[in-house]
Design a protein around this ligand. Structure first.
Ligand code: FNR
Length: 187
């Protein structure tokens, strides 16, 4: 068994019945026991304003968010696709965590990206736009399995569980690969 690791989960949807959030719960349930998951909420983060960088103290929601990411060993990003890119709320959280300059809480932390969409191409655009930011943030990001998950509208039962065993297997293979990736790349 590899070393225990704490994964911060950032869900880029504020929707109560978000498919991305349901998928995150499913992945957390299927993951190896050495991974623990903390959902870090982003809906209350004020829109990033560079003038805040000069404030002391920083806005309280910023401090809380940054502390939670700092305390994690790795970050799992779950993203819907909005207009072929990431939702603004997720980009805002990334901008908040990346500043003040030189103090990014993301620096060096292993990451993975999962995109879920009701459409056929599984949020490919959002997934890859997000990867562009993670490269800049110096986050070693799991390459495979690629998690472009389409058809999310028909994937979950009423109770939020995954309907199909094939999807469970796929999510499990992702969770196992992410655990191995964290073990290999964490500081
Ligand atoms: C969407 N949706 C969407 N889907 C997609 O495959 N490509 C896209 O570019 C977009 N664009 C888009 C823009 C906006 C503003 C909304 C609200 C929705 C549909 C989207 O995939 C769907 O709403 C998902 O269910 C969102 O994920 P959650 O909220 O279920 O996690």
């Amino acid at each position: 068994m590899s070393k225990p690791a704490k994964v911060a989960v950032i869900v880029g949807s504020l929707r109560k019945d978000s498919f991305n959030r349901k998928a995150a719960y499913a992945i957390a349930a299927l993951a190896p026991a050495n991974l623990s998951f903390e959902f870090v909420e982003i809906g209350d983060l004020p829109l990033y304003d560079q003038d805040y960088d000069a404030l002391n103290p920083q806005p309280a929601p910023y401090v809380a968010f940054r502390d939670k990411i700092k305390a994690a060993d790795a970050v799992l990003f779950m993203t819907p696709e909005y207009n072929r890119s990431v939702p603004g709320v997720l980009k805002n959280a990334i901008d908040v965590g990346s500043r003040p300059w030189g103090q990014s809480v993301f620096n060096g932390k292993p990451a993975a990206v999962v995109s879920l969409s009701i459409g056929a191409i599984g949020g490919f655009g959002a997934n890859n736009h997000l990867r562009q930011s993670l490269t800049f943030l110096n986050m070693p990001t799991l390459a495979n399995p690629e998690m472009y998950v389409g058809g999310a509208g028909d994937m979950f039962a009423e109770d939020g569980s995954l309907k199909k065993d094939d999807t469970k297997k796929f999510f499990k293979s992702f969770a196992d690969a992410f655990a191995a990736w964290i073990e290999k790349t964490r500081a």
